[in-house]
Ligand binder design. Structure first.
Ligand code: FE2
Ligand code: FE2
Length: 151
């Protein structure tokens, strides 16, 4: 059973807040990245530990964001105009593509400075996505809830 509009909006807000918190954690994990563009040049004694942490945090963020987009796509079924649904899902696919390319950076070269820069680019795109797609979706879901309540 699909959740009602109000629960869907609450879920979206909770997820968005968690995703932004995860980005902040990832950004704060490396204190050296203003000084160098590759982990290979880093002399910090805790390098293996911080690399492990960043790897885990970024993989968690990628998983959480992919899952969020999937859930949001389910919320759209039959509740929003087709034009919105198509454009919104296309934007989710663009985000998914970017997330997957960050995973490739992690697996292929282990340069976490570069991976964090990728997360920062996604941060910008996510903020634009929240404004251009998720806010309109919330309005559709709110309208839908009111209609069901007979308001
Ligand atoms: Fe979305
Ligand atoms: Fe969203």
């Amino acid at each position: 059973m699909s959740p009602d509009g109000e629960n869907a909006i609450e879920r979206m807000h909770r997820d968005h807040g968690r995703m932004l918190e995860m980005i902040e954690r990832i950004r704060s994990e490396c204190g050296q990245r203003n000084k160098m563009d590759s982990c290979g040049n880093c002399q910090a004694p805790n390098r293996p530990v911080c690399q492990g942490n960043i790897d885990q945090l970024i993989r968690g963020f990628v998983e959480a964001t992919l899952k969020h987009c999937l859930i949001e796509s389910m919320f759209m079924d039959d509740r929003v105009p087709a034009a919105h649904r198509i454009a919104h899902n296309q934007s989710h696919m663009d985000i998914a593509h970017q997330l997957k390319s960050i995973r490739v950076v992690l697996s292929a070269c282990g340069n976490y400075v570069q991976a964090i820069e990728g997360v920062e680019r996604i941060h910008e795109n996510l903020l634009a996505h929240f404004r251009d797609f998720d806010e309109p979706l919330e309005s559709y879901l709110a309208e839908n809830t009111l209609a069901h309540q007979g308001a």
